[in-house]
Design a protein around this ligand. Sequence first.
Ligand code: SF4
Length: 208
Amino acid sequence: MKENRNYYREFLKDYNKIRSETPKDELPKLLLHICCGACSCFPLIFLTDLFDITVYYTNSNIYPESEFEKRFEALTKYVEFVEKACKTQVKIIKDTYNHDEFICDLLPFKDEEEGGHRCKICIEKRFKRTFDFASSQGFKYVTTVMSISRNKDVDYLNMLGEKLAKKYNNLTYVHSDFKKNNGQDIGVDLSKKIGIYRQCFCGCEFSK
Ligand code: SF4
């Protein structure tokens, strides 16, 4: 039987431990994978007082490149809003766009429905790249905003984060379910109010 885990509660537990490991006058440094401006709306507001955040935009799944750039622009616009509204600073790192190479592993599953094997590979590739970057750049904590989406399997995301963290002895995965506490609805309202681009497909050409 499938275990019924509450990843919001697990986030709170993780954060208590993180706080106890971090000097009182510092915010723990988090590398946060973000897939687009729209999905960042609630997580960034929620996390901004808790972490010193660096955003990592690694999303070579998106097609075409103009769409990749459009989502990045939306993210940049929203980060500027958060910095102003919350009097904080959020760094953004944009990974190179390499769709042709990225898509090769997905091609055998191109005709699958969204949420199947293709998406698992796609998510793992982006997550692994985020962990690699975090590990090489001296981050200690890492997570993704993707649990905000009702189309993503929250168990898969969190268990993948746990699995990857075991391979990097210098990294801790921070559990999340940003949908909890009305996160998704708050995010949608915020994006509409501020005028953040909301795309109508997940990202790859097969989801269009
Ligand atoms: S539908 Fe979304 S998650 Fe699935 S393969 Fe395409 S871009 Fe990746």
